[in-house]
Ligand binder design. Sequence first.
Ligand code: HEC
Length: 261
Amino acid sequence: MSEAPLHRLYSHYSELPPSLRILYTAALCILGSGYLFALVYLFHSHSGRDGNPMTLSYDDVVIAYAGSGKGSKLESAIRGPMSAMLPADEGSAIVKWAQQGADRATYDSFVKPTLDKRCLSCHDGSNPHLPNLSNYDGLKKVTEQDTGTDVFTLVRVSHIHLFGITFIFFLVGLIFSHAYVRPIWLKCVVMAMPFICLFIDVISWYLVKIYHPFALVTMGSGGLMGASFAFMWCVSIYQMWFSRTPQAVLDRYQSNKTVIG
Ligand code: HEC
């Protein structure tokens, strides 16, 4: 079976003026380093959540989007850095109260007097960096269970991701469109893949909140997106500067010459 002829509008890198190849290469280099920084940032902001900062695991992704479902800031503070501020039995009683829904009546009768005595020397609201524990509303903020990234933040990050990443893959795809890759369907799949993955990735963040195993979808689509990026990047740079002009392109050049005379 002979190969389909080159598309009339297709031009290989070797047919582009050097200025355009310089522009493409410069853009690829900056986008590539941007991608690496994004990976470092992703790792740093997510990897320690499950208690192991060396890996980015399934649990990290679940906790990031759906929360650990355990404990509140108040609970981890009383069990951790604030444990010296009050006797253990009072601490346990407050943790239990928070776990059971932080009701108002117990707050008035027991929690408030305890906190007033033990905590207000620092948490009276005068320091904007510390939670204000002098009233019920302030305390309520640190008694909520950890439910992961809130929906509003996800919406904000979603629109930034959808706009920003589309722009990146549009540019990389446009540059890669000059590559000579056979079979053609493979080339098309590699170019479309990041957009499909981007969409699935963003949707899966919300779904992780509902059903934790969607974290696998988040990880898978992120991985595929990275793989497409790496493939397009490497093939583009290689064909632009290091590989020989493909035979099909040379043949077209030859036959054009014959036609023109
Ligand atoms: C001597 C001053 C001091 C006292 C007393 C004190 N705290 Fe704190 N608290 C701090 C400081 C400083 C921080 C911020 C640094 C940190 O998280 O270790 C903090 C942070 C916190 C946080 C926020 C943790 C987070 O994850 O953001 C909570 C909740 C908290 N304290 C609760 C309490 C409770 C409850 C008491 C009383 C039993 C108390 N603190 C008594 C100084 C104090």
